[in-house]
Design a protein around this ligand. Structure first.
Ligand code: IVH
Length: 677
């Protein structure tokens, strides 16, 4: 080999090594070398290119573009949380969204105006301007804490560094989506699966010169903190900032009713493929900002906005088999194993059949030719059967009555509707291995313990070798065992250890959510945490005497009903469950629940409602009490301070009870006066 070929050989080897590590990092999320080692390798490649011009002509260094993102950015708390959006998938979903809003605001069918904007499939970021000058730029992070990526954001030419305009609020936070144009992406593909990944990788470069090599663009879609507030609608906000030099999506417009929403949806869907950026639906936002603030947020998303996704991609395939899966609440879900088929760029070989009733209704059988669909992150589902292609000898599918653990399953009767559930369940809790494994996956998930590096696949892997069989095992892992496992290296083990150690300190509400009591979601877990306040109080649920005492008191909590109380009772009546929770607690430091003592008109006051109001819904009334420092109770007791009576159908008995206990009573008009409405 001559020296030139030798250099090319060395160069190619280094490039393919870099590609391998990129793949491990980006696709497998399992880096095998440290950041420093990675940087050395990259530098060696660049130096070789610098010294030997002929290497550049090989055009291989695409592999370098979009090298590893850094995790060394400074963490910064957002001025206001960056929430996510709830989804709607069809006209009915949008109808629900609108009626929920009208119910909350009690607007009785009056038209509400919406701002419609494309949902850009990029990476969200927030820009903070102080006196018109860009001073901070953060990534979304977990929504509460982001990362300081200002230098990288500054490389995007379109982003104003100084706002040119009059009356710009002195504190002005602009939120938007960073993306790579489809054409630009084709030129730089490098290691990335799609433009969104490429934008993310580019934004997280340590060296902003790397970011500047990639042609990032953005669309501004909203605001965070603003002082003083000068806008009254979303559309006015977009228009103003467009004049101030921000980039606004040209397909934004206001719509007034469901028909206009549908028309805009079909129109944008029809031109979708001709746009130079990926969109996966349209975002609809209540246009009036006053109404937005009345509506407020649920724990993760605003009530005033929704992402209306484009319809799912469909494909035809054949069912090879039907198997059952057991979920963390014991729900038995039938799953069709289908002949692999590509739907929307992803190969699908499993599709859900929902439940026994659904199989019966559609008479779905093994061997059937079916249409399946896949939308966004949602699990692919079987939507219809082509019975003309059915084999005449095919037999009706008989749904198994036993869980995979062998226990008999049951269809429960819904307490409020008195109807039999469509879903069959195994009622064994942690005693069923299949449920236990799913519960572990829930415990490590984002909204629960949020343990990085311990995803579903890893739980399966650790379960198989009996390393983790119950939640407390997570915190006593023998890391030496992992060393010899496929896919684990020193770096990934250290990262896992760190993530697990960090998660040992947890808030009480997250802990209650994590243990996975049926019907206790994030919202209810918060309500319960507010009631118990400390883990030692919570532990009173473990013995039947203590539990009885507590359960009768829970009915007072607004949001906790009979269904939840029965579910808590069922959970802790099973000794295995209690023992497992006890052992988990022993491994943790559970923080007392901080009562958010919001100061306001109802500080430290308990309030209950009876009857409906003219100007607002019960939910809005509740939110108003909570935002003003008070607590809403669900039953009359000595602990109640105020009973508010709405004009529409109040309950006599409640009023009498309140009177006999000398509880203060407020009528609807006084209620509006107190709130200055
Ligand atoms: S509004 C409170 N408008 O979608 C949330 N979001 O799932 C307000 N996105 O994190 C978001 N285009 O990154 C909004 N026109 C648009 C958007 C948009 C893309 C992203 C954004 C957000 C995610 C929510």
């Amino acid at each position: 080999m001559d020296s030139k070929s030798k250099i090319i050989d060395i160069y190619k080897k280094k490039i393919s090594l870099l590609k391998k590590h990129n793949k491990l990092y980006f696709e497998n999320d399992d880096p095998k070398i440290s950041d420093a080692e990675y940087d050395i390798l990259k530098k060696e490649i660049i130096n070789l290119e610098k010294k030997n011009n002929f290497l550049k002509k090989l055009n291989l260094s695409k592999a370098i573009v979009g090298s590893r993102p850094s995790n060394k950015f400074k963490k910064v708390k957002h001025l206001k949380p960056m929430l996510s959006l709830s989804n709607a998938f069809d006209k009915n979903g949008m109808k629900d969204f609108i009626s929920k809003i009208s119910n909350f605001l009690n607007t009785k069918g009056k038209n509400i105006e919406f701002s419609s904007e494309p949902k850009i499939d990029g990476i969200s970021a927030t820009l903070i301007y102080e006196n018109g000058v860009l001073t901070k730029g953060l990534s979304r992070g977990d929504g509460v804490v982001g990362e300081d990526i200002l230098e990288n954001l500054k490389t995007i030419n379109e982003i104003p560094k100084k706002i040119k305009g009059n009356n710009v609020p002195s504190l002005f936070e602009i939120r938007g989506e960073i993306y790579i144009g489809k054409k630009d992406f084709d030129n730089i593909k490098g290691n990335f699966a799609n433009p969104r990944n490429a934008a993310g990788g580019s934004l997280r470069q340590k060296d902003s010169r790397e970011t500047s090599k990639i042609p990032l663009k953005y669309f501004a879609y909203g605001f965070g903190a603003i002082e003083p507030m000068i806008f009254s609608t979303q559309s006015e906000f977009l228009e103003k900032i467009k004049n101030w030099g921000f980039s606004i999506n040209p397909l934004s417009k206001t719509v007034k009713n469901l028909d206009e929403i549908e028309a805009q949806h079909s129109y944008v869907d029809s031109i979708r493929s001709s746009l130079d950026y990926d969109i996966d639906g349209l975002v609809y936002k209540v246009n009036d900002l006053k109404l937005q603030s009345r509506l407020g947020n649920t724990s993760n998303s605003p009530r005033w906005a929704v992402a209306y996704k484009f319809s799912a991609e469909k494909a035809v395939t054949k069912i090879k088999d039907i198997v059952i899966q057991v979920g963390r609440t014991g729900a038995i879900t039938p799953v069709a194993k289908v002949e692999p088929v590509t739907v929307g760029g992803v190969v699908v070989s499993n599709a859900t059949l929902h439940n026994e009733d659904e199989i019966n209704r559609k008479d779905i059988r093994v061997g059937d030719t079916v249409q399946i669909q896949r939308a966004g992150d949602v699990i692919p589902q079987v939507i219809s059967v082509d019975s003309s292609k059915r084999d005449q000898k095919s037999k009706k599918y008989i749904f198994p009555e036993k869980c995979l653990c062998g226990a008999l399953t049951k269809k429960e009767v819904n307490k409020s509707t008195k109807k039999e559930d469509a879903v069959r369940r195994c009622l064994k809790g942690y005693e069923c291995d299949f449920i236990a494994r799913e519960k572990l996956k829930h415990i490590v998930s984002k909204d629960a313990f949020n343990i990085d590096g311990l995803g579903k696949k890893v739980i399966d892997q650790f379960w198989e070798i009996k390393l983790i069989r119950q939640p407390s095992d997570i915190f006593t892992i023998n890391y030496n065992t992992i060393k010899n496992l496929d896919g684990w290296g020193e770096l990934s083990i250290n990262n896992l250890k760190k993530a697990i150690d960090n998660s040992k300190i947890i808030e009480l509400d997250k802990f209650i959510f994590s243990i996975g009591i049926r019907h206790i979601g994030q919202e209810n877990a918060k309500i319960l945490a507010g009631f118990f306040q400390s883990i030692s109080k919570f532990k009173d649920l473990f013995n039947s005497k203590g539990r009885k005492k507590i359960l009768v008191n829970l009915i007072e909590l607004d949001g906790i009903g009979e269904i939840q109380i029965e579910s808590i009772n069922n959970f802790f009546s099973i000794n295995t469950n209690t023992e497992i929770v006890r052992q988990l607690i022993n491994q943790l430091k559970i923080k007392n629940f901080k009562v958010q003592n919001k100061k306001g008109k109802f500080s430290n006051k308990t309030i209950m409602f009876t009857g409906g109001f003219e100007k607002m819904s019960r939910s809005e009334a509740k939110t108003l009490v909570e935002n003003n420092g008070g607590k809403v109770l669900g039953a009359i007791s000595k602990k109640l301070d105020i009973l508010v009576i709405g004009n529409s159908k109040p309950t006599k008995k409640k009023i009498e009870n309140a009177k006999s206990l000398n509880i203060k009573i407020i009528l609807e008009d006084e209620w509006y006066e107190i709130l200055n409405l």
